[in-house]
Design a protein around this ligand. Structure first.
Ligand SMILES: Nc1ncnc2c1ncn2[C@@H]1O[C@H](COP(=O)(O)OP(=O)(O)OP(=O)(O)O)[C@@H](O)[C@H]1O
Ligand SMILES: O=P(O)(O)OC[C@H]1O[C@H](OP(=O)(O)OP(=O)(O)O)[C@H](O)[C@@H]1O
Length: 220
């Protein structure tokens, strides 16, 4: 019996290489120079798989609509987008965290301070839970600029090394959540192609687990 094709949504950019490395370690023949060119779709007929490259924030959209059976997305993106997808495995790659930041030693002043962010849903929910009334302003990038230029009092953004905050004289004020990349699956695909998808999840979990054990051996 011939197997169904599996369509895999890969995030371009930062996460791509780490995710592609995991897939190759798990035995999936993702073309080595895929992300180097401008081509957005590659097929791996020997594995009955098709991979496409999407903007990281859009991966859950493709998976929710079922045009991708499976994909990789940051936890930040999943929290922001709240799409109807199954989150099946923590891939433990592209680790960073979501934080509130601002100018240090600045006293809370105005009512409903402005918060600049690429993550309006996360920011709105976080401040609601904190019981603080804020005005969320959506930006697309260079978020750290907002408090420096007077657009907002604080920001909600990703912090990884902390270099961007430091070089712009900002301080992390609160940590919202830790972020790693996750494997996500379309719920219908999981029912229709369960054996194939289970195998992908299984093979990737073995690689993730090996990575975790190696990391623990190194760090004690
Ligand atoms: N330092 C970091 N800054 C931003 N995202 C990071 C960082 N480290 C890991 N990540 C993860 O990578 C994802 C973003 O990847 P990337 O920066 O390539 O996409 P992007 O935000 O669409 O970029 P751009 O809009 O600049 O093209 C985030 O969703 C997050 O899970
Ligand atoms: O803690 P760090 O290691 O400095 O990383 C965090 C920075 O990286 C990301 O920006 P990105 O480089 O994606 O640029 P952007 O401003 O265009 O979003 C993020 O939005 C922070 O600005």
């Amino acid at each position: 019996m011939s197997e169904d094709w599996i369509t895999f949504a890969m995030p371009k950019g930062r996460i791509f290489e780490e995710a592609a490395h995991l897939l190759r370690q798990a035995g999936y023949p993702l073309q080595e120079d895929f992300s180097a060119g401008r081509k957005l779709i590659v097929e791996a007929p020997e594995a009955n798989m098709k991979f496409f490259l999407a903007k990281p924030m859009d991966v859950p959209t493709y998976v929710e609509h079922g045009v991708a059976d499976i994909g990789v997305a940051g936890k930040d993106v999943l929290m922001e987008e709240r799409r109807d997808v199954y989150e099946v495995l923590d891939l433990a790659i592209s680790a960073c965290h979501l934080a509130v930041a601002g100018l240090p030693h600045r006293r809370k002043g105005r009512i409903a301070p402005k918060i600049a962010t690429k993550y309006p849903n996360i920011a709105t929910q976080y401040f609601k839970e904190q019981g603080e009334q804020v005005e969320v302003i959506r930006l697309s990038g260079s978020i750290e600029l907002a408090p420096l230029i007077g657009l907002a009092e604080r920001i909600v953004d990703i912090v990884s090394t902390g270099k961007t905050l430091k070089e712009n004289g900002l301080a992390e004020l609160e940590t919202i959540d830790h972020v790693t990349s996750r494997l996500i699956v379309n719920p219908v695909s999981y029912r229709m192609k369960d054996r194939q998808i289970d195998e992908i999840v299984q093979r990737l979990s073995v690689i993730v687990e090996e990575g975790r054990s190696r990391h623990e051996d190194h760090t004690g």
